[in-house]
Write a protein that binds this ligand. Structure first.
Ligand code: COA
Ligand code: AMP
Length: 634
């Protein structure tokens, strides 16, 4: 057992202010803080309160000033458009300061919100950094969400400006974004003043007079603008994530704590320093993209690969390996589902043959539980260290990990290793009592959370407290269940709420149910996540129909799938749905989703004493069996 990890962790918990003050040296500040941790408004904590900085300055300008201007900052690799080019720090500075200059010229100021609905192109990173430069708060919405989801986020964030593109490119073809944006803007109550649209050659967008401007036209004559100093505690971005209701939660990230924590994590966890090449194969619409495609690598002066493509099919399961070799990637980060996809298409690793991966030191996996099979397969094929690590949109950076840049510990398959310095993780029962070693309970983190974690939910402090802080006063509720072994290794096993994880994408079953109930034929709906060999989980819906509905099963299912795709988006991957006569419920009317999930996945379950009608479990089991789940003989 590596004591260095534990010693560093103990220092961070016993002397957090000294620990994080030292880490803050990696960041350039315009003026230093009044207090490292301001706890006067606990449970709302403020890191580096009174300090002033600019995140864009730290991610871009200072590297040019330090002589890294000619180093590639962003390496764009787009197999779906057959295009690859590098953007140096100097070029990045020019692009970002001009875009920021245009934004400023149309009245976007510090504190204004800006929504970014874009595909995986370098301009998306320019947009984020341009916001940071002028102190505007960006909110990136993942391109796989439908117009309705975009409208909900626009109404919550109330942006002055939206940046978007004419299209994204998926293996299925060109996905026009502009019609989705137009529909969202029509639907939203909040009126957006300006849109900047990146026209891509694959699809031309129609611009609306007096509202939309073409990206190139906008930046052509815009003045460069310098960075503004913001408070450490000012929000840098809002990132919406699924909660248990249909209304997404707007996770708020500050500037100072975020910059300090990400810079620390790049070195200590990912072993990446200035000049190294790093690749997180995710999407900027998710937290992984925010932290480890854009901000983390750029804050430390590394080169970040920005990849527009999939692990397989664009064009083959060797695409990741060739990209790593070509751009000398030292640490690579993806989701286990991506590795499962490659394993499915290339089980014997034929596409690895002849690819020189000597540059690669570590493969990091997160976003969902990494099953030991996937871990072993990757280890064997790559002959590299494969590191599972655990975190969430809310925390913004890893909570449990192996510190590959500081003091690696032995890998235990199925575990994301140990608590990262700054995080004090406990496993508790429903009463808040710590459970024994190897016993499963709710995973909680003692307050205060370290720098870089969420400070609140956008314009909803009450929901922040209700969702995360009220169940166990003094602790943050992660929403995950798991256990720790005798060496303190953590094992994350499942969610304790109605969130499901589909191909590393976090989705709310409550939202699916809301959408299904919009259908005229549906009286009631229950959605559960069932096991899937590729995506980890996929959503499965059971609906009870209103009386007198005259639709064939096929017609109904097709309509429901189309509805979910239209309302939530293709990312929902909703392909399993069936009508049932009745749903299993308790006598107080609570739908027994957990029991249904266990039946579907062939897990043991107890029939709750409070069940209203035990026969409903047979109805559900028979339906699930017909759908290819729930072994009828269990
Ligand atoms: N814009 C528009 N549509 C998008 C999109 C985007 N940015 N991202 C995904 N979609 C669409 C896909 O085209 C697909 O549509 P389809 O139903 O018409 O085929 C649908 O959303 C589901 O996409 P996806 O989840 O990517 O599933 P897939 O079956 O196409 O691919 C994997 C499966 C495993 C290859 C893929 O999920 C993957 O690469 N996962 C990596 C996970 C990841 O990066 N997670 C982020 C957290 S680390
Ligand atoms: P997101 O906020 O989309 O990043 O999703 C976070 C959730 O994904 C966590 O709360 C976990 O449920 C799950 N998750 C992420 N990484 C891991 C991991 N390494 N092991 C187990 N679950 C994980």
């Amino acid at each position: 057992m590596n004591n260095k990890h534990l010693q560093l962790h103990a220092q961070s918990i016993n002397h957090p202010e000294t620990f994080w003050a030292q880490a803050a040296d990696a960041i350039d500040w315009y003026s230093t803080w009044d207090s490292i941790l301001d706890d006067r408004q606990a449970p709302f904590y403020h890191w580096f309160a009174g300090g002033k900085l600019n995140t864009c300055y730290n991610a871009v300008d200072r590297h040019v000033a330090a002589g890294r201007g000619e180093q590639v900052a962003l390496q764009y690799v787009s197999p779906v458009t057959d295009c690859e080019y590098g953007i140096t720090y100097r070029e990045l500075l020019a692009q970002v300061s001009r875009l920021a200059g245009y934004m400023d010229s149309i009245g976007v100021k510090k504190g204004d919100r800006v929504v970014i609905y874009m595909p995986m192109v370098p301009e998306t990173a320019f947009a984020m950094l341009a916001c940071a430069r002028i102190g505007a708060i960006h909110s990136v919405v993942f391109g796989g969400f439908a117009a309705n989801e975009l409208a909900t986020r626009i109404d919550d964030a109330k942006p002055k400006l939206v940046l978007s593109a004419s299209c994204g490119i998926e293996p299925s073809g060109v996905v026009p974004y502009k019609p989705l944006l137009d529909a969202a803007l029509l639907q939203a109550n909040h009126k957006v003043e300006h849109c900047i649209i990146l026209n891509r050659s694959q699809c031309e967008a129609t611009l609306q007079a007096n509202r939309d401007i073409d990206w190139q036209t906008a930046v052509a004559t815009a003045p460069d603008i310098d960075c503004v100093a913001v408070e450490s505690t000012d929000p840098l971005y809002i990132l919406y994530t699924s909660g248990t209701t249909g209304q997404p939660k707007g996770v708020v990230r500050d500037n100072g704590g975020h910059a300090v924590a990400l810079a620390w994590s790049m070195k200590h966890i990912y072993d990446i320093s200035a000049g190294d090449s790093f690749w997180a194969a995710s999407d900027v619409g998710w937290v992984v993209g925010h932290s480890y495609i854009v901000y983390g690598p750029l804050l430390v002066g590394a080169t970040s690969v920005l990849y527009e493509g999939k692990p397989v099919g664009t064009p083959d399961p060797g695409a990741f390996w060739r990209t790593i070799a070509k751009y000398k990637v030292k640490s690579f980060f993806t989701a286990p589902t991506a590795i499962r996809a490659i394993k499915r298409d290339d089980p014997d690793g034929l596409f690895l043959q002849g690819v020189d991966l000597t540059c690669l030191e570590n493969l990091f996996l997160a976003g969902e539980r990494c099953d030991p099979d996937t871990l072993h397969w990757a280890e064997q094929q790559l002959q590299k260290r494969v590191i599972d690590h655990w975190w969430q949109t809310e925390t913004g950076w890893p909570v449990a990990a192996n510190l590959m840049g500081y003091a690696p510990v032995a890998v235990k398959p199925g575990s994301p290793a140990l608590a990262v310095p700054g995080y004090q993780i406990d496993i508790v029962d429903v009463m808040g009592e710590k459970v024994a070693v190897n016993e499963t309970g709710n995973v909680v983190i003692k307050l205060p959370l370290p720098p870089g974690t969420l400070t609140t939910l956008w314009q909803n402090e009450q929901r922040y407290q209700d969702s995360y802080l009220s169940m166990y006063p003094g602790y943050y509720l992660t929403g995950d269940a798991g256990y720790k072994d005798e060496q303190g290794y953590l094992y994350i096993m499942s969610r304790i709420d109605d969130i499901i994880n589909v191909a590393g994408h976090r989705l709310s079953t409550g939202r699916f149910e809301e959408v299904l109930c919009q259908h005229d034929a549906v009286a009631e709906a229950a959605v559960i996540g069932v096991k899937d060999n590729l995506k980890g989980q996929v959503p499965l819906g059971l609906v009870v129909l209103k009386k007198g509905i005259n639709l064939s099963d096929d017609e109904l299912n097709q309509q429901l799938m189309t509805l979910v795709r239209r309302e939530i988006g293709p990312v929902a991957s909703f392909r399993l749905v069936s009508a049932v006569q009745k749903l299993p419920k308790t006598r107080s009317g609570k739908i027994l989703r957990g029991t249904m999930r266990n039946i579907a996945d062939n897990q043991d379950y107890n029939v709750p004493a409070t069940i209203e009608d035990p026969a409903t479990l047979d109805i559900v089991r028979n339906t699930l069996t017909r759908m290819g789940y729930a072994d009828a003989h269990v």
